[in-house]
Unconditional design. Structure first.
Length: 710
């Protein structure tokens, strides 16, 4: 149903017939509730083409539309607004055309339509999914379903980060700390005596946290010993009169000094775009240099050194959280310091050696890697099933991390990339308002950007009908995807014009932010369980579950709890940060998932009580509330298209809320089963049933189930 298109065509025709003037477009809005009408033409913008009194122009157009559009029965003009009344028959014909259409609003994909690939989740294999993954999965899955409903074929995918130092940390900690059974074998998800670790991803995550605790213990020990060594060095210097903090044999102090020296040198080289040899020793961490020449370079080096030392002195490298640092430059300095401090801690060095063995194909390391990753995948599968998300295809970083290197050679030939003196390869994006981006290190190793370029190309090779991709990744990666998409365009791939970064903000709980390494991460499984428990608590307080078996109750709590979580997350624009309060999300009033689930269940109750035949069309004079509800139903198809175009589940969520509010207003003002007129009663049951179907369809796009009883 789109009466608006007909009206727009006729307004243009009328303007030409009445004033001999062509207009490019017509502005519409819903008629305000205090005025009679169903749709309003806004006259004011038309004054650009025809000077005059807006009321008089509205009157002219109103008469023309009544005479030329059968469905327009009357009109009224309020200032510059032309309110049009649409005939009841039009709405009844529309309703009868959709009543038996179970896929109302959904468009089937065309054979020649290009498919879209939607990536989401993409976890590391060293820990369970957490609250951040929940928003990622819910967004990605919902956007995939919405794009599919809009008429495109969709492939859901993820790239699993199954290699790297993070999984080696868990592997090493498991080797060091996992208890052994009577058979001499270390615990596994099947053999562990700890019930909380029987889910594989939780067991592996537990040892990731164990690694971090041991790392901090060792670093703290190095720091304490270095402090003692420094005190003794000062005492010796006071006695000897020789103050030399560079040439000494104190092992712990030397380790930290070397780490900070490497971090400082790397920082200066990056900021000044120089090689270490270009610094001429001016990068010394323990001493400044004499400013023989009053040149800008020397001044810049001194200023950067001062900045580095100032930031380093403020950060606690044992218990500090880098996420608490807001300044990007400060964060960069701390990142570099952590990178080099890690190298001097024994347990980290051992994990690095394990990674090198994995890369070399060491049989024992690879076997352990496969085994522990299999535990994690089994755990992930349980979480995904409980969350109600799925995938059509999987990519693994262990298979993709070398992709893209061949594209670098092609990019050099095309002039998209260039090579520096040290052999590293870069892409200059400064003309596009971005920076220069490295795509291949001087030693020939790839960077993440290279891998992402190669993976995108590989996906189109694997699925030739893919004409675009959606990447569901947090907003901290906004710049990365700007660069990735631009490079792919420069390389000449047509599908690169159809790449979208579904960027989203963080999710916080009232208790604070998540920290995975410290083991205080908000676990996705625990969160879903808490939501179910919260739904149970509130449902029991309301006392509306008489006659339910215990099994039915538990299933209902899960449906309500998960629906509350999903709706709370998805009703918000993805770019906005969310403060998620589990209890307020499970509210049976207001803009919440349970409120809409309850409305659906209420309609099912009405239908169950309708003990008469109501399948055939009827002709009645519509009540104002029925008409408003039909108008809201009519918006569903275009709402799906709008949500797909904007990659926004929030548009679907808020449409559903408006539909439910409209139904509840109808329910409170119009009798359904108590209506005396049989045709009206039949129509109202039909209307209620279609509203319920549309709620269910809309919620299916959000991945939310609706209960038949509640």
């Amino acid at each position: 149903m789109n009466i608006q298109n007909t009206i727009e065509t006729k307004v243009k025709e009328g303007f030409l017939a009445l004033y001999n003037i062509e207009i490019p477009a017509v502005d519409f809005q819903p008629t305000r509730k205090e005025f009679e009408g169903d749709i309003t033409v806004v006259v004011f913008p038309l004054l650009r083409y025809k000077k005059g009194n807006p009321v008089a122009i509205g009157e002219d157009l109103g008469k023309y539309l009544v005479e030329n559009i059968e469905e327009i029965t009357s009109y009224n003009v309020v200032k510059g607004f032309l309110n049009l009344v649409v005939d009841d028959a039009f709405y009844l014909n529309f309703f009868n055309s959709i009543y038996n259409d179970s896929s109302f609003g959904f468009v089937s994909p065309k054979a020649d339509e290009k498919a879209m690939m939607v990536e989401y989740s993409s976890p590391n294999t060293n820990k369970p999914l957490h609250l951040g993954h929940v928003r990622n999965n819910l967004l990605g899955y919902s956007v995939a379903e919405i794009i599919k409903a809009s008429g495109k074929k969709v492939y859901k995918t993820q790239i699993i980060n199954d290699r790297g130092i993070h999984i080696c940390k868990s592997m090493l900690a498991w080797q060091l700390f996992a208890p052994k059974g009577n058979d001499g074998k270390r615990e596994t998800p099947k053999t562990t005596l700890n019930p909380e670790l029987q889910k594989g991803d939780k067991l592996v995550g537990y040892y990731y946290v164990k690694f971090d605790k041991e790392y901090k213990r060792q670093l703290k020990e190095i720091g304490a010993n270095a402090s003692k060594e420094f005190e003794n060095l000062v005492k010796d210097s006071e006695i000897s009169g020789i103050w030399d903090f560079q040439n000494h044999n104190n092992p712990n102090l030397q380790r930290l000094q070397k780490a900070f020296q490497k971090a400082l040198t790397e920082y200066l080289c990056e900021k000044l775009d120089k090689k270490p040899s270009d610094l001429e020793g001016k990068d010394s961490y323990l001493s400044d240099f004499t400013l023989f020449k009053n040149n800008d370079f020397d001044k810049e080096v001194l200023a950067l050194k001062s900045k580095f030392i100032s930031v380093r002195d403020k950060f606690n490298f044992i218990d500090g959280n880098i996420d608490d640092i807001k300044n990007k430059e400060d964060k960069k300095i701390i990142d570099l310091c952590i990178k080099h401090i890690e190298q001097v801690v024994e347990i980290f060095d051992n994990a690095k050696q394990m990674l090198l063995k994995w890369e070399a194909g060491d049989e024992e390391v690879v076997k352990l890697w496969k085994e522990m990753n299999s535990w994690v995948y089994a755990g992930f599968d349980v979480t995904y099933k409980n969350m109600g998300v799925n995938f059509d295809t999987l990519y693994f970083e262990s298979n993709t991390y070398l992709l893209g290197k061949d594209v670098v050679a092609q990019g050099l030939e095309k002039g998209v990339f260039y090579k520096k003196e040290d052999g590293s390869v870069w892409c200059d994006l400064t003309d596009d308002g971005l920076d220069e981006k490295i795509v291949l290190r001087s030693d020939g190793t790839a960077v993440y950007m290279t891998q992402d370029i190669g993976t995108a190309i590989q996906r189109v090779k694997d699925f030739p009908d893919v004409g675009g991709m959606v990447y569901t990744v947090g907003n901290e990666q906004d710049y990365h995807f700007q660069v990735l998409f631009l490079i792919l365009k420069k390389l000449g791939f047509d599908w690169a014009k159809q790449l979208h970064h579904l960027s989203y903000g963080m999710v916080d709980l009232p208790s604070g932010k998540m920290k995975s390494r410290e083991g205080t991460v908000v676990d996705a499984d625990d969160l879903m369980t808490e939501m179910s428990d919260t739904a149970k608590e509130i449902s029991e307080e309301l006392g509306k579950l008489d006659g339910y078996s215990d099994e039915e109750k538990e299933e209902l709590y899960k449906t309500i709890g998960l629906g509350a979580l999903k709706y709370f997350v998805l009703k918000v624009d993805p770019k906005k940060r969310i403060l998620f309060d589990p209890k307020s999300s499970v509210d049976f009033q207001g803009n919440t998932g349970p409120f809409m689930q309850y409305t659906y269940a209420r309609i099912q109750s009405i239908i169950r009580k309708a003990d008469f035949e109501y399948s055939n069309p009827v002709s009645i004079e519509l009540h104002e509330k029925e008409k408003e509800l039909l108008k809201q139903l009519a918006l569903f198809p275009e709402t799906i298209q709008l949500a797909a175009a904007n990659y926004s589940p929030a548009i679907i969520a808020n449409y559903t809320y408006d539909l439910v509010k409209e139904f509840n207003s109808f329910y409170q003002n119009v009798s359904i089963l108590g209506e005396d007129n049989q045709d009206k009663k039949i129509f109202r049951v039909q209307l209620a049933r279609k509203v319920a179907e549309t709620i269910k369809s809309a919620f299916s796009l959000l991945g939310i189930q609706v209960p038949e009883r509640m």
